[in-house]
Design a protein around this ligand. Structure first.
Ligand code: COA
Ligand code: AMP
Length: 633
């Protein structure tokens, strides 16, 4: 079918308000928007400023009332525990209402924050929806983060209550969540009043009298209680999701209720090409934005069935897990990160597992979160026989900025490009002075303001940081901090970040935050952390340390301790495993560490001696040190 993309995109460009007024009809409002956009309100204008709604109502109740009560809403498939369970929309309503009642009994109401620190269990999604039901603001923290990261988020979000679990499960080990939570609360200045703890069979935990409450006991008491969906302003926050900034202080991305629902509903139909009643699977984690938008809210708002997968693409039990799930649950579209496919390809290069399953219902594979290398895309195309669609977005936007819109009819795929700008987004490429560049010229990828509905209106209690980080450098534009170019057909190519963020297995991490931790080691005088290319994870961090003069201990011991420190402070997700001790760090004459050059050496790329380098010999020393570890040359 010929793609309607150009017609739809031009339609949006001609009349953005008309476009978003029409899209808003997919939502059941308590009071529908009379005004679509107020350009004078908020930081860059506000969408649906006068509307009122409830997100849980749209994700759950309206489907129960509208004929989907017995349709599966959520399928929990956990190869790591061997458990599977399906929840209909009616079941989800019952679970969410019971939990909402319990939250109310704990004094949680509109505007209160609730932190959710949970593994991939259905209760994590129920917790998000229960908060939405009563107008509380949730903040989900990814389970792979350590206690200190959780503490930072507790201090910023100031939750009245935390919902957590006794443990999570990683291949070969049980991750005890409760000690991490206890430690985080010890470290944080703000103390939540209560914690609801889901006891899992694999490992239970002690509850602290007067603070901790058993989740299952609580909902058993409130089950059957009817908790109406609380009306909130469309502009009220639904959630805050922390993402890596350029310092150890993460950015609290705020998501509103109304704009978020409209945008997600539009993307499910038009970009992912999924119909209500069909099965959609985002193989990510509820701790990331992909989990928020495309495990929890998007599919449910759209009346589809969502899969909640607790496992890994390989090893739980094998590289055929993805195909087993697709075939067993009749998944029509899968969304995951390219790294998952690189892991599968490595284990099963000939796609032998793919052939064992009936994938006839499967229509499209969507990849995002990091650059999709053409090799991986071609492997997936060849073995799955379906279109493989790379698309690009960020925690801040909440849904794709560029895509190849399956629902509007696919455009030709260009390998290496995450597609074309989606309606709502006027994507430009500017040079460092803010001037537009010609097609195919590398520059700063920016989005012309205003951002569309559902994108972050601000950062949590940090409006100035929002302006400084995203809006100041290129007036009139939102800075994505990605570098790339647009070709003559309007296809975008994302090449790298312009800040210190690296992408490890599709996880966004700040090298600056890692440097802050490394520098805490008493024997470290100076350090730098860079992201180097990795065949499986895309990038992995590598630390360089200079020891304090007079340190008698051997470098290898300090290196091991530094690795341990990052794991303890940031968490295993940082995948920080390599540290190289060097005599000095390469710097410019003004003292700036030449991280870019170090990265090129580590990645075996061509590099030139920076004209401003203080002492060129240091780069030779770095080259030798890397070679000793099997990196670089
Ligand atoms: N709780 C606790 N620890 C966690 C965790 C969680 N929720 N998630 C990950 N970790 C730990 C892992 O156990 C691992 O620890 P280790 O150093 O002891 O092995 C570490 O954090 C790194 O995890 P991960 O990035 O998942 O790497 P991996 O080597 O375990 O697996 C892949 C590699 C490719 C299989 C895996 O990264 C993957 O499935 N990626 C899919 C992409 C994805 O989901 N991206 C999210 C954004 S869309
Ligand atoms: P996150 O906020 O965790 O979703 O990370 C967003 C960042 O991941 C983007 O700014 C990009 O740097 C990178 N990213 C996401 N999707 C893609 C993609 N399809 N191609 C290249 N980079 C991507």
């Amino acid at each position: 079918m010929a793609s309607r993309y150009h017609e739809v995109y031009e339609g949006w460009k001609r009349d953005p308000e008309g476009f978003w007024a029409k899209a808003a009809r997919a939502i059941d409002w308590v009071s529908p928007p009379k005004k679509i956009f107020d350009k004078d309100a908020g930081v860059y204008g506000i969408w649906y400023p006068d509307a009122a709604c409830n997100t849980c109502y749209n994700a759950v109740d309206r489907h129960v009332a509208g004929g989907r009560a017995n349709q599966k809403a959520l399928i929990y498939d956990s190869p790591i525990t061997g458990r599977k369970k399906a929840f209909t929309y009616a079941d989800v309503k019952a679970e969410v209402s019971a939990l909402a009642a319990l939250l109310q009994d704990h004094g949680i109401g509109k505007g209160d924050r609730v932190i959710i620190y949970m593994p991939m269990v259905p209760e994590a999604v129920f917790s998000m929806l229960a908060c939405a039901r009563i107008g509380a603001v949730h903040s989900v923290v990814f389970g792979g983060f350590a206690a200190r990261e959780l503490a930072t988020r507790i201090d910023d979000a100031k939750p009245k209550l935390v919902i957590s679990a006794s443990c999570g499960l990683e291949p070969g080990r049980v991750v005890a969540y409760k000690p991490l939570l206890d430690r985080a609360i010890e470290l944080s200045a703000h103390k939540p009043e209560a914690c609801l703890i889901l006891q899992r069979e694999e490992e239970t935990c002690e509850l602290i009298e007067g603070r901790d409450y058993d989740y299952a006991d609580g909902v058993a008491r409130t089950r059957g209680r009817d908790v109406p969906c609380v009306t909130v302003a469309s502009t009220d926050p639904l959630y805050v999701l922390y993402t890596s900034g350029t310092t150890g202080q993460p950015k609290g991305v705020v998501r509103d209720n109304g704009g978020h629902m409209v945008a997600l509903a539009w993307t499910m139909e038009n970009e992912f090409g999924v119909k209500p009643g069909e099965v959609f699977w985002a193989a990510s984690d509820v701790g990331w934005v992909v989990g928020h938008s495309y495990i929890a809210y998007g599919p449910l708002i759209h009346g589809a069935t969502s899969i909640l997968f607790e496992g890994k693409p390989v090893g739980t039990p094998d590289a055929g897990t993805f195909w087993r799930i697709i075939s067993e649950h009749k998944v029509v579209a899968l969304f995951t990160a390219p790294t998952a496919f690189r892991a599968i390809k490595k284990e099963d290069p000939r796609g032998a597992f793919v052939k064992k399953y009936d994938l006839s219902a499967f229509r499209t594979l969507f990849l995002a979160g990091e650059r999709a290398d053409p090799e991986t895309i071609k492997w997936a195309e060849q073995h799955l026989g379906v279109p493989v669609i790379d698309h690009w977005w960020q925690t801040e936007t909440g849904y794709p900025v560029s895509q190849n819109p399956a629902g509007l009819g696919l455009l030709p795929v260009k390998y290496g490009s995450p597609g074309v700008a989606m309606p709502g987004y006027d994507v430009r490429v500017l040079d460092d002075a803010g001037h537009p560049v010609a097609a195919r010229t590398l520059g700063n990828v920016v989005i012309k303001l205003p951002l569309p509905p559902g994108c972050l209106p601000t950062l949590w209690h940090a409006e100035q940081r929002f302006r400084d980080a995203y809006l100041r450098e290129f007036p009139g534009y939102y800075k994505t901090a990605d570098a790339g170019f647009i070709d003559e057909d309007g296809y975008l190519f994302i090449m790298s970040r312009t800040d210190d963020i690296i992408n490890v297995a599709g996880h966004r991490l700040s090298t600056g935050a890692m440097e802050e931790v490394v520098a805490e080691h008493p024997d470290v005088a100076e350090c730098a952390v860079i992201g180097v290319a990795d065949a499986m994870k895309g990038q992995v961090p590598v630390g360089f340390i200079v020891l304090n003069s007079g340190v008698a201990r051997d470098g290898a011991t300090v290196e091991r301790e530094v690795v341990g420190l990052v794991r303890e402070r940031i968490g295993p997700v940082a995948a920080f495993k390599s540290v190289v001790t060097v005599k000095r760090l390469p710097k410019t004459r003004s003292g700036k560490i030449l991280r870019g050059t170090m990265q090129k050496i580590a990645d075996k790329e061509e590099w030139t001696m920076p004209a401003t380098i203080d002492d060129p010999v240091i780069l030779d020393e770095i080259t030798v040190a890397l070679a000793d570890r099997g990196m670089g040359v």
